[in-house]
Design a protein around this ligand. Structure first.
Ligand SMILES: O=c1[nH]cnc2c1ncn2[C@H]1C[C@H](O)[C@@H](CO)O1
Ligand SMILES: [Zn+2]
Length: 379
């Protein structure tokens, strides 16, 4: 039987659906073949594998450790091959191309400029190379029939002490390809308040930022990110589940003060399900807090985090969710509109993306069941 209610999105439809991505790391999304080539070109001899297929598997397995700290160790290899202007342009262009081919129409891609200075580039040269790559990738995507816009988020590493400098850099390149700021890296032992000066500076400049919080560490990290630092969004934020009580029979749900605040204020949560399984932040897709948080109507978005380390894509994240929770096109559209509402893009552009790109895209997909494919379609 085919009806709208039983018609779950297929993998092919999920790929064609317009998608919005707010949490994706540039140094976590390289093509394995590109890493191998760049290592050869730049003389980096530290790769654990030089066959691109084996290298891809190595990243997925090494990152699948149950610990954020071990997960983060794998980035030494990607950052090692991203130290020249040409390498950064290439990696950024391929990132935009790959996302567009996967049906992403708007993406905010983050990276830490301070991790790309080993061969003498300045912070400004790093930002300009990445921006150039994104523009090139957008052009190539258009040439192959896809439309995408990519904005950069500049990340400061939370164990380091350059956050204010990176925040100033983000502000200098505002309206020039950089749409906001973030902090990332090991969470335990490095609370966001260590970088309060950077966040206060950005607030004074009316600029936007998200903070990785509530991934490897729980509620105190989320609380600090919101109430001390003033984050616009939370990177992950899955541990907000620790402030929600569910009755044994699953019937009653009680939100604590912090969870209520997050929901009431519509704080966007950048969910990255597969990454959370790898770092141990969630035990399985079925038990991932996204299921409950979606039912409770938190402002949730779906993201990839690190496509290379997690062997994922936006489409694959949605495939897992459709399979696990039987999400429909309406659910997919809800996540996607949430993403667009939460983007660091001017309001008029967000609205136009929602009304002129996202909603028509889902309307088209939702109507396909009415027009079953015939033999002519496979010709
Ligand atoms: O999920 C994450 N949590 C904290 N830090 C992360 C995560 N994914 C990537 N990073 C780090 C490693 C990268 O080198 C850095 C900048 O993209 O951000
Ligand atoms: Zn992340």
């Amino acid at each position: 039987m085919t009806s709208e209610t039983t018609n779950l999105p297929t993998a092919e439809q999920i790929r064609r659906a317009p998608k919005v991505l707010l949490h994706d790391h540039l140094d976590g999304g390289l093509r394995p073949a590109t890493i191998v080539e760049l290592a050869r070109e730049t003389g980096y001899d530290g790769l654990p594998e030089t066959d691109s297929e084996k290298l891809g598997s190595w990243f997925r397995e090494a990152a699948d450790s149950g610990s954020l700290e071990r997960y983060l160790e794998t980035f030494a290899h990607t950052c090692a091959v991203m130290q020249t202007r040409d390498a950064l342009v290439r990696v950024a262009a391929e990132c935009a191309e790959d996302l567009a081919a996967d049906g992403v129409v708007y993406a905010e891609v983050r990276y830490a400029p301070e991790q790309h200075l080993e061969k003498g580039l300045s912070l400004e040269e790093v930002v300009e190379a990445v921006n150039e790559g994104f523009r090139e990738g957008e052009r190539r995507a258009r040439a192959s029939g896809h439309r995408i816009r990519v904005g950069a988020l500049l990340t400061a590493m939370r164990h380091a002490a350059r956050a204010l400098e990176i925040a100033e850099l983000a502000n200098r390149y505002r309206d020039l390809g950089v749409v906001g700021f973030d902090i990332a890296g090991a969470e335990a032992g490095y609370p966001p308040t260590r970088h309060l000066d950077a966040f206060e500076y950005l607030k004074r400049e009316n600029n936007h930022f998200t903070i990785h919080a509530g991934e490897a560490f729980g509620l105190p990290s989320i609380w600090q990110a919101l109430q001390w630092c003033g984050a616009d969004r939370l990177g992950h934020g899955v541990r907000i589940i620790d402030d929600i009580q569910v009755d044994d029979d699953g019937g009653g749900v009680k939100l604590g003060r912090l969870a209520s605040y997050v929901r009431d204020k519509r704080i966007p949560l950048e969910m990255c399900p597969t990454s959370n399984l790898q770092t141990g932040a969630a035990p399985s897709y079925a038990e991932h807090p996204i299921g409950l948080l979606r039912r409770l109507q938190f402002r949730l978005t779906v993201n990839t985090d690190n496509r290379l380390m997690s062997g994922t894509s936006m489409s694959r994240e949605f495939e897992h969710l459709v399979e696990t929770f039987r999400y429909t096109f309406d659910d997919m559209q809800w996540f996607t509109v949430n993403g667009m509402k939460s983007a660091f893009l001017p309001f008029d552009e967000r609205l136009a993306m929602i009304n002129d790109v996202i909603k028509p895209g889902y309307a088209e997909l939702k109507s396909e069941w009415l027009f079953p494919k015939g033999p002519a379609d496979s010709a």
